[in-house]
Design a protein around this ligand. Sequence first.
Ligand SMILES: [Fe+2]
Length: 368
Amino acid sequence: MKSQVSEIKKKIKRLETLVDTSMIFSSILDIDELLNIVLQKAEEVMDAEASSVFRIDEKTNELYFVTARGEKGKEAKEIRVPMGKGIVGWVAQHGKPLFVPDVKKDRRWFKGVDEKTKFVTRSILAVPLIAKGKIIGVAEVLNKKGNRKFNKDDLELFKALANQIAVAIENASLYTELDRLFLSSIRAIVEAVDAKDPYTRGHSSRVVEYSLLIAEAIDSDKDKLKDIEVSAILHDVGKIGIPDKILRKPGRLTFEEYAYMKRHPELGASIIEPIEKLRPLQKNILYHHERFDGAGYPSGLRGEEIPLGARIICIADSFDAMTTDRPYRRKKSIHAALLEVKRNSSTQFDPTLVKIFIRQFERYRMKK
Ligand SMILES: [Fe+2]
């Protein structure tokens, strides 16, 4: 009777794990974080000492660690396992789960990983990750605690988890691929804008570089940094609507021409208006020529009324303009440009960001 009750309790715990993890799958977008939490749950419910998820690298026909938990996880992440080699290699090749109660007695066992990580593997339960009928990787749990062996219930649970993991990985890589395509099309558009004005070639990419120098010192959030990157690439996209005779004019602009030129932030913001994904970045483009003292354009915003992204891009943009030749003036030296940025702190630029930029730029220059 007692054992029956504990058996039922165990089953409930397993069901709970599946329900819990399916909630996690729908609520966490970051794939690394998601896999880490799901594997932690798998370890808990199966009493395993460590766990990992591998993906297949189709180019090299090897398996690499996507997540490696346990005390030697960090060391493991460097290692690649050839397809067909070891337990995971076998599972990846055959697309079948494998349950190895004692690795020393299994001829397929590949000592390489343990030798490199100094982890001692005793038993393994490994399942293939299959998405849309294709094997994309392997998940494994290692060493059931207390010298016990993984059992059929563990296998069933892990197979169910593996299905969810496979779908999550597949979705994440589709998303990454879309994101990559999206960024490269934006870069192509901006190269076309840069090309319109021969004096600003490469300007947008340098503005990205300098903006990220500042942004990375403030926040490490991947999404926020991506927003800054895309805003900085696009900051001058509105120049696409400025006539060539103004944009390419070798001398100084007349008052009217300058007034026309000053419309480029608004033009840029309206160009990206129809793209929903870019709409939150409109403000960074629209206000990148505002000044901290309120004397900028188009709206004369001052201080922190100006969005942070726009304040960052403003410094990066001006610094690059100072350090590149223009038709009507020679470029400044880096030293002179940094002094100029400092001199305009609190008037044109946010003083806190100026300090960060100068500090970060010096570091960046030392590394170069
Ligand atoms: Fe601009």
